[in-house]
Design a protein around this ligand. Sequence first.
Ligand code: DGY
Length: 322
Amino acid sequence: MSRPKVYVTREINPEALNLLKENCEVTSWTGSSPVPRAELLKNVSDVDALFCLLTDKIDKDLLDKAKKLKVIGTMSVGYDHLQIDEIKSRNIKVGYTPNILTDATAELTIALLLATSRRLLEANREARTGGWAAWSPFWMCGPGLSGSTVGIVGFGRIGQEIGKRLKPFKVKRILYQSRSAKDDQANEIGAERVNFDELLKQSDFVIVTISLAPETANIFNEEAFKKMKPTSIFINTSRGGVVDQDALIKALQNKTIWAAGLDVMTPEPLPLDSPLFKLENCVILPHIGSATLDARKNMALLTSRNIIAALKNEKMPEELIL
Ligand code: DGY
């Protein structure tokens, strides 16, 4: 019997690749940058499964060409790059990678928050380029976490882990906003559920962990930034699409808010001429939330396991219920 065919859209962890090879005929794009669209479309025409990344757009156009596709395994927890209605209408299964990148992303969020509030990148640059004239009472100061109110927008796995990590920093209050109450998880951390407006108004730090969906697109707009404190810090490690980026740029330029730390933006990579790069009060990271060695290895392995299980008609370890 012929083995199922899988297309892998990037060089991946060798163990994850071997796992696929033990079970399937594998073809891969091995470039270090995303597979060119034409190449991707050409390669999906006869595959049973697709191993993709968040940089690959899986839309109607692609699905129309992938007539035999039975399963998509995305090496990500986010799935805004997948056109879910089209996938669902074709009965294609989707596997994704929740849980295993939660700690890595929560860690990075705290790192980004501290880098932004305590101006670490700016301070490092000053030290290296002669800006460090002497210890000075007001130089390189920024808001501290101790005694502050932190608002977490989206209180899923990652939001909750961020909350837990904030506790040792002696924050006074942790607020959260989410569609449904998460009383048990919130009680564990001592977090209080508030609505979006209250969270914006009361928080010294606003952390965004909400996933991108039509109802969350651009929720951080001009109006939202105006509700935040002028001393507040905005941190986004979810998706750039939840932010109206022009409004954020304006808010940072006009000091409507104090600073922003972004691991995600629109588009990615952010063009070098983006006004965001010109702002001293904006820390920009290149979407590295899950970039620990273990998390990335486990994400690749889980994606392979999801695909193999679906091809064998077995329960997938992490199926996205469409
Ligand atoms: C995801 O998995 O969706 C993350 O954004 C990758 O770090």
